[in-house]
Design a protein around this ligand. Sequence first.
Ligand SMILES: [Zn+2]
Length: 185
Amino acid sequence: MFTDVIALTMAIGDKRLAEKILEIMNFEEVEEGDLIEAMRMKPSELRRILYIMQEENLAIRTKIDIDREEGIRKVYWKLNGKEFSKYVAKRLREAIDDLSRYLQKQNGTEFYVCASDPSHRRITLDEMMKIISSEKGAVCDVCGAMLVPVDKERVKRTVDGYIRILKEALEIFEGRFKSHGGTSF
Ligand SMILES: [Zn+2]
């Protein structure tokens, strides 16, 4: 159950919605119209989410019934539970890769940020040199504080910490996946 919520939340970016989908679909075949009604969502919005889940192989369109006389088209969906752990592991691996790449980039580049709030401004050393040679001076556009070099060691320690946590999480998910053949825990 825990993995299910994590997997769907990672895919659609909304935990409450993920929980609701899990509760209603419950790994049974569900007709799209019934699902729209139960979720109380706009059909277009629900379909957008179903397609995201389908794209990630977390939901499968099981069948389409067409009643030509009535002109009704019924689409059926089912959650693809055996893929959930794999999907979480994949996303964790991607996050680890992204952070590792970020760290490598940090190693090569010198950045300067606003001394009072780093989110104000972030520039490279090259840009810093240009600013110094201009009349404006090396200050933050937003608050006027000085621009200072980023403390790379501190950033590296923080990101290293995140990578370690993600790797531990990945180990757990991969372990679960191997020992339970992909079922949820
Ligand atoms: Zn500032």
